[in-house]
Design a protein around this ligand. Sequence first.
Ligand code: SAT
Ligand code: MN
Length: 591
Amino acid sequence: MTDIAQNAQSQLEALNQWVLEVARLTRPDRIHWCDGSDAENTQLIEAMLADGTLIKLNDATHPNSYLHRSHPDDVARVEHLTFVCTSQRDDAGPNNHWMEPEIARNQMKSLFDGCMEGRTMYVVPYCMGPIDSPLSRCGVEITDSPYVVANMRIMTRMGAAALARIEREGSFVKGLHSTGDLNPDRRFIMHFPEDLEIQSFGSGYGGNALLGKKCHALRIASHQARSEGWLAEHMLILGIENPKGETHYIAAAFPSACGKTNLAMLIPPEGYVRDGWKISTVGDDICWMRPGADGRLYAINPEAGFFGVAPGTSEKSNPNALASLQRDAIFTNVAVTDDNQPWWEGLDKRVPAIDWRGNAYDCNAGKPAAHPNSRFTVSARQCPSYSPHAEDAQGVPISAIVFGGRRASLVPLVFEARDWTHGVLVGASMGSETTAAATGAVGVMRRDPMAMKPFAGYNFADYFAHWLSFDNAGAKLPKVFHVNWFRKGEGGDFLWPGFGDNMRVLEWMLKRVAGEAGSIETPIGHLPKLDDINLDGVTLTDEAREKLFGYDRDGWRQEFAGIGEYLDEYGPRMPEALKAEQERIFSALKD
Ligand code: SAT
Ligand code: MN
């Protein structure tokens, strides 16, 4: 046997052995190795329709589309039950819940014991990223949920090709998942980044159960990326083509449910379209990037589909998403109309007939019909704006990195970091009001560095140091910006129209990248000169102009005091360079 053939053989054995070991523990009635074929998918869907896991939607308006209602206590990620189990507690950092790996493994073992009796165990080989890309990484998820299999088929490159790559390559992330009995007291999402392993029990929902997504592509991958010299980030990737036909790519980090999908699929205002501007979508949630031979950062979207927030998605906010959802989509926890079409708040003026729990909808009860974190799952290839370069094996070069949060006050529409170190601080000090994407209070301001608070698989202090390390000789790093689409006025209304009009801000960024626009220097960074931003066709009140483009020195001084305290929570492990940057800005704000 050649070395390669031998290696493939032993990889396959390692995988087989793990599958058998899991089967011995969980005791399923059947084991099914998923090949990702259409026939397999059809069979799974039929079985789920038969047992009520899926409900068929109106076939005339939404062919091959299904509704899934999750358990009402299982509708979002559960950060308090999500653990990073590194051998040293400090390696997980104050940003993660930690458990000693041995204790975590034992606890999970007793939960998994016999949990698949009467069920089928699915073995799901998948590849995160284009199947032929050196930036991609593979995993295998073992699950007892056919709903998870159907979603993983859309969200990843799942099946035979992934298995072949695993056989060739060797290393893969092991993910074990069971919905268990959905008892929230017996629900845990455990990560063992040192062993490239995930164990998830007791939830069938999104980021808790589709292990390729947040568990692998962010928590495990960020840890792996640190040792291999790349970055795994909670970012959308979009391409902007200017009237000259040049395309620049931007990666942007926003917390869950803050509009990443909408920005990734943006349709520019009419004037821009007329002039020849075009936006293309590479990804809407996760970005893996690494330096290329020319020193620039090159990015891939490790996912193959969108698991987007449904509420608020409309013809106005995101026509590309709506067009993607016309067929072959899975909807989770949305409402339905009387003719069985999916519906959610903000979609249109129709009144739904049945709410997300399956009850007759009572429009006087004052409760939303769709769950605020209801989702759609759909292949990226169905998106009209899907970039022709989204599957390029070498990735796309990134010209700008954007950080942003939901901030009702203080934070202006856009500013630019002075350099990479400042940019890392801008990302590290991001704050945002919480959303329905995770259980817990909504609308509370919290620090969410780089939108990775729930997803960094290791100590944030080390993570920031890793970010800083990219600034080395030969690096041609992207410019770093911060945006806030969510600034509110005294009356509580949003001051910026957002959605397609965010194009105006993107254009300013590209002008800055090209050295075609000046700026106003302030301690917090470069603010735009109003004349450099195209505001033709937008009417802004005086209050809006002042708050979106101005800067409140006293407010920022307080903010920077808070940022200093936040960095200190990480103790001496926090990189000096970042603390020095914070101190420099804080004292400039005092002058
Ligand atoms: O539920 S997921 O984690 O997949 C979605 C999100 O919160 O971003
Ligand atoms: Mn996300």
